[in-house]
Design a protein around this ligand. Structure first.
Ligand code: FEO
Ligand code: CA
Ligand code: CA
Length: 633
């Protein structure tokens, strides 16, 4: 019973169940009396304290712009509460691929009652689709897709409760996760996977990886199987994505902690104890979420206490070379990486913005030492440089604080492995769960979805940092989420300072009060909660995907199923475009190279999507097109 519940819990809730933290923080030190400031759009941002905040006019600039012609090529889709996908009139959708569909012709057939057996489970499209990017290699369109985690009660239907009963069960779960590289093509029957394409590849929890950067070779990275500390197996909990201009894919390791456990009480030094506590690695004897450690000693911290240090990174994959070894870039820090949003500084240095998705954790920035030159050497660009963490000031200024040995008192490998601890040392701003970050291609600015944080103003983060309401995270017990925007000084992503405002605060204008109504660009027609995925299209429209409460009741009444909306960064207007089936999260978005097709990810539906009654729910990628064949981004 408990295990079934664990499988169905969010990673954050699971962490909190195992690592409950005392409420040592009162409500007294929340944001003081209302402060009026100017937003980027000439609007007035009004913040206040406690619940008596903002009202509905936080972004007045948006209403002033409402008379402008909108840039959306569709009418708003009403909320939906059923078991399938909906798109606006003038658009169509179809299924491209589902969990268990073959990437190779020798893959086992999917059984609608039992799914895919262990044998051949690494030959099919993985579970729980998430971040994805499309690469054009010659005439081939390669879709590279994360499979974030698993749904054991469906994946191991023979076990009743989804808990592995054998090493084979564990191997099956390991094979369903990681990354799928697959060629896709559009023929007379629409888009489909090119089965047996030489580019097709499954990268999973046992695929060899190279460890690179400051942590490579450090004692904290060495294991019995790898005494060099430079070669690990597998990439874990691959959440959001990123891409580089040199044609590689970035997969982002998020809730890696949940795969580790122990079969006996471990003997740990202070460094391991502090690290496991901060990152939520369970040190108590338990079967935990997946019980890998019960059948695979690599995940047993009583036997391999350094193995968790080898996960939690940005991993680079070359989709054009199926023989290439993925690289774990420790220089970009170890935390619960959501995604990796690339930008280029005017002088050619590479910037990568990253969020750490846990309540009260931080936003980070990577700045390369060397410059990107098309066709030139790119080998140092994610290895040599500086990691920064964001500090937001109440006056809508902010700074990127360098995580150096001088600033943190930690050496470079320690900063790479325990980035959260380094960031706490320099007083980084605790955030409401930073999910995807997106960089506007038509303006020098970045956006981050702060999905929600029920602990804001209630309890500190895992490092004991204060999480009182603050500028970009102004609401206590924030169940709706918001999107923060920043503009780097001098229109230069390499700058150490920035200005910020809030693009939107989600909320419910029909049954809430004050700030919980949301900002003025939220209304009865477009309301949603928990912004998570985010991508810009080439026209500068921001696409927002949600992973929230889809009960459509109480605080969430009128919001319907999770969804994808389009946001105009200039006017602030937001309009619902697509809705997912019951229980699902809409996550992952990319486009065909001709921009006439959108690929949208549907993760963990509870409805029997897409195959209908009597079949297992299957995470899927759907393709969305306009009926007139026009561009969709
Ligand atoms: Fe995997 Fe934070 O979403
Ligand atoms: Ca996410
Ligand atoms: Ca989420």
């Amino acid at each position: 019973m408990k295990d079934i519940e664990q499988h169905e819990m969010s990673p954050d809730d699971w962490d909190e169940m195992n690592f409950s933290r005392p409420d040592v923080q009162g409500f007294d030190d929340v944001v003081e009396a209302a402060i009026t400031r100017r937003g980027f759009m000439g609007g007035v941002l009004t913040f206040g304290s406690g619940a008596a905040v903002m009202g509905t006019s936080m972004l007045r600039g948006t209403t002033a712009m409402a008379s402008q012609a909108d840039r959306f090529a569709f009418e708003q889709l009403p909320i939906q509460t059923d078991g399938t996908v909906h798109v606006p009139e003038g658009y169509t959708w179809d299924v491209l691929v589902r969990w268990g569909d073959p990437l190779f012709s020798d893959a086992p057939a999917f059984d609608h009652a039992t799914g895919i057996p262990t044998e051949g489970s690494d030959r099919v499209f993985g579970e729980n689709t998430d971040g994805m990017e499309l690469f054009k290699v010659g005439n081939h369109e390669l879709l590279v897709v994360n499979s974030e985690y698993v749904n054991p009660k469906y994946n191991l239907a023979h076990t009743n409760d989804g808990m592995p009963t054998s090493a084979g069960d564990v191997l099956r779960l390991q094979n369903f996760q990681g990354v799928s590289v697959m060629e896709v093509t559009e023929g007379v029957n629409g888009w489909e996977v090119v089965v047996d394409s030489p580019f097709n590849r499954r990268i999973h929890h046992n695929t060899p990886m190279v460890i690179d950067g400051p942590a490579a070779g450090h004692d904290l990275m060495k294991t019995q199987a790898d005494p060099t500390g430079t070669a690990s197996l597998g990439t874990f909990n691959n959440c959001g994505s990123g891409r580089t201009p040199w044609g590689t894919y970035l997969t982002c390791e998020e809730n890696f902690n949940g795969y580790f456990g122990t079969t006996e009480e471990p003997t740990l030094d202070d460094t391991h104890v502090a690290g496991f506590s901060r990152y939520g690695v369970n040190t108590e004897v338990d079967t935990n979420r997946y019980n890998y450690h019960g059948f695979d000693a690599r995940f047993d911290i009583s036997k391999n206490p350094n193995e968790p240090h080898r996960a939690g990174y940005i991993v680079e994959i070359d989709p054009a070379d199926p023989e290439s070894t993925p690289v774990k870039h420790t220089a970009l820090g170890r935390f619960k990486h959501e995604n990796a949003a690339y930008a280029l500084a005017p002088d050619g240095r590479v910037v990568v913005y990253m969020g750490d998705d846990e309540r009260g954790e931080f936003m980070y920035k990577w700045l390369s030492r060397d410059k990107y030159v098309p066709g030139g050497d790119t080998s140092t660009l994610l290895s040599e440089g500086q990691l920064f963490v964001a500090k937001f000031n109440m006056d809508q200024s902010g700074e990127w604080v360098a995580l150096t040995p001088e600033a943190t008192g930690m050496n470079a490998p320690e900063i790479a492995i325990f980035s959260r601890i380094a960031a706490s040392t320099v007083g980084a701003t605790t955030m409401d769960r930073p999910e995807w970050i997106a960089v506007n291609p038509t303006a020098v600015e970045g956006y981050c979805c702060l999905t929600n944080n029920k602990n804001r103003g209630v309890k500190p983060n895992a490092g004991g940092d204060d999480t009182s309401a603050n500028g970009p995270n102004p609401r206590e017990v924030n169940n709706y989420g918001q999107i923060v925007r920043w503009r780097p000084s001098g229109d230069n992503h390499a700058s150490n300072t920035f200005d910020w405002d809030l693009y939107v605060m989600a909320g419910n204008p029909t049954n809430q009060e004050g700030a919980y109504k949301g900002s003025s660009n939220i209304n009865e027609g477009n309301m949603f909660n928990s912004p998570d995925g985010m991508q810009f299209d080439t026209t500068g429209i921001m696409w927002i995907q949600t992973d929230g409460n889809d009960d459509n009741e109480g605080d969430f009444e009128g919001m319907g199923n999770n969804q994808m909306l389009a946001g105009d960064p200039v006017t602030g207007e937001i309009r619902r475009f697509l809705t997912g089936p019951n229980g699902s999260e809409v996550t992952g978005l990319t486009w065909s190279s001709d921009r006439r097709t959108m690929f949208v990810g549907i993760q963990h539906p509870s409805a029997p999507f897409p195959d209908g009654e009597g079949s297992l729910p299957r995470s899927s990628i759907v393709v969305v097109k306009r009926t007139d064949g026009a561009l969709v981004g």
